[in-house]
Write a protein of this length. Structure first.
Length: 175
């Protein structure tokens, strides 16, 4: 085969690799930012427990812009939960709640004004069960659902939508 016939294939392959590398880097940056924001919230006692407002949960709006945010948020949540000393079940199921919420946000990317709702729902349902079982609060599901849900509304609904509003008009930010 001539060099002329190989060039388009090689160019296409390289473009794919560059996009994969860009998504990997973007996901890593989102994970790092999630960890830093969780540690900041943790310094004020807001990262875990019955009443939590994780500033990092505002980042769950990012799947509206890029699919790379889904693994980035999930890895960031795993790392943040490990660093802040959460129980193993909390690391697993809290991160699963973030993964489910981020995937739901991605599914609603065409409707960004409601895309913040899936992380609120997934965390408001899953996290209270974990807190109840792991940390021994047997009769507190509805209270925990209310407090975790309220914190998620603040982080995802208010801060997340502010983040969306600030990023939506930035050209080529996630392309």
């Amino acid at each position: 085969m001539t060099g002329r016939g190989e060039a388009p294939y090689a160019r296409r392959e390289r473009r794919f690799d560059m996009k994969a590398v860009k998504n990997l880097c973007l996901g890593g940056a989102i994970a790092a930012l999630y960890v830093v924001l969780t540690l900041l919230a943790n310094a004020f006692g807001l990262a875990s427990g019955a009443i939590q407002v994780r500033l990092s949960e505002a980042l769950t709006i990012l799947p509206v812009f890029t699919v790379a945010a889904i693994p980035g948020l999930t890895v960031g949540c795993v790392l943040a939960n490990l660093i802040t000393g959460c129980a193993a079940w909390d690391v697993v199921f809290g991160s699963l709640a973030t993964l489910i919420g981020a995937a739901g946000t991605r599914l609603l990317r065409k409707r960004p004004l409601i895309a913040w709702i899936p992380p609120v729902l997934s965390n408001a349902i899953i996290v209270p069960i974990v807190l109840q079982k792991v940390y021994g609060a047997p009769d507190s599901f509805w209270y925990l659902m209310l407090t975790v849900g309220a914190g998620e509304v603040i982080a995802c609904g208010i801060l997340g939508l502010l983040l969306y509003r600030g990023l939506k008009d930035v050209p080529n930010l996630f392309d």
